[in-house]
Design a protein around this ligand. Sequence first.
Ligand SMILES: Nc1ncnc2c1ncn2[C@@H]1O[C@H](COP(=O)(O)OP(=O)(O)OP(=O)(O)O)[C@@H](O)[C@H]1O
Ligand SMILES: [Mg+2]
Length: 366
Amino acid sequence: MLKVAGLFTEYPNERGQIVRAAQDVSFEVPEGKLFTLLGPSGCGKTTTLRSIAGLERPRAGEISVGDRVVYSSARNVFVAPNRRGFGMVFQSYAIWPHMNVFQNAAFPLEVGDRRYSAQEIRDKVLRVLRAVQLDELADREATKLSGGQQQRLALARALVMEPQLLLLDEPLSNLDAKLRERMRFELKRLQRELRITTVYVTHDQSEALALSHSIAVMNEGHIQQIGTPREIYERPRSQFVADFVGTTNFLDGTVMGRGAEPGHFRVRTEFGEVEVRSDDDLRGNDSVVLSVRPEDVELAEARPQGDNVWEARVDQKVFLGEFLDFQVRLGGRILLARSHPSLRTPIGDAIYVKLHPEKCVALKAA
Ligand SMILES: Nc1ncnc2c1ncn2[C@@H]1O[C@H](COP(=O)(O)OP(=O)(O)OP(=O)(O)O)[C@@H](O)[C@H]1O
Ligand SMILES: [Mg+2]
C-alpha cells in the first residue's frame, strides 16, 4: 500500500554542512498494517515520517500510496502535504485552543470534501473520543486539558477521518506509564479494527514490539533491519539491533566449524565451546559476537541434560517480583540471567548454565 524507495532527506546545518538524516530508506507497508520506525534519538525517524507527509522535500527517492505517486525525484513529482490526505499526529501536536474537545475532533469531518450529517459526525466523534478515553470531557475547552489529554485529542482528530494512511510520531510520549500502556492496547485495537495503514514512530522498543506488524530499526539515517517483532527480537542481524531492542548478553568468540544441524556452528569462547545459530554463512576462524537474551540463559541447581552446559557461580541477584535477575560468573564473564523467582540459589553457590543453540545468535563482529 505505502511504498518508500531509496529515500534520501538531508538538511543543511548552521555550519553549512549536510546532515544526512535519512539515507537510502526503503520499506513497504501492506494495506491495513502497522509499521514502526524504531531507533535512538536523532536517527532520522521523524525526518522519514515528515518526508512521507510531504512536510520535508527529500533529495531523492520515491513515495507512493496505492498506485498514486506522491513524491518522485526521477519523475519530478511532489504532491503538497494537504493534498496527500494522510492523518497525522506529530511529536509536537497542535490542538485548536478556541474549540472544545468535541469540536476539535469533529473539525476534520466538517471541513473535509465529504459531507456528513450531524448525526454521523456525532457518532464518529464519540466513537474516537471513547477510544482515547475523552468522551467524558467532550464539552471541555481544549486549552483546559492536560498534556496527555491534548495528545489523545490529537490522536482522536487524526483517527476520525479514517484516513487511508495514518502517520504517528511518538503519539503516546506525554502519557504516564499506566495510561501509556492502556492507550497502547486501545490504539492497537482501533488500528486493527479500522484497518488503517499506519506508520508509527517511537524510540520505545517495548511499544514497538507490542504494537507493530512489522518494525524497521534505524540508526544514523539508515534502516538496519526490517522484520516482525519476533524476528527483530529473536533473530537480530547486527549487534546494534540486538543491543537496541531488549537486553542481551554479548560474548566474543571464534568460529571453529559447522554444528550438528544446518545453520548451527561451533564457537570457541573464553569459557568453552558453544553450539550456536547464525543466519550468516560463517567460516572457520571468523570472529563473532554471540547475543543471548537473559531469559534464554537457563539456570539450574542440578546439572541439566545435554550439551552447552557449564558450571557457574551466583554473583548477584535482584528480586523484581515476577522474576529474579541473576548475575552469574562463568569463566571471567558475568552473564545476566532472568529466571523464575522460585529459584533460590544463594549468592556464592554453584549453579548450572544451559544455553540452547537456537537462542545463541552468532553475529559477525563489526
Ligand atoms: N530542520 C532541520 N534542520 C537541520 N537538521 C535537522 C532538522 N531536522 C532534523 N535535523 C537533524 O536530522 C537528524 C535526524 O532528526 P530526526 O528528527 O529525524 O530524528 P528522530 O529519529 O526523530 O529523533 P527523536 O527520537 O529525538 O525525535 C538529527 O541529527 C537532527 O538534528
Ligand atoms: Mg523525532
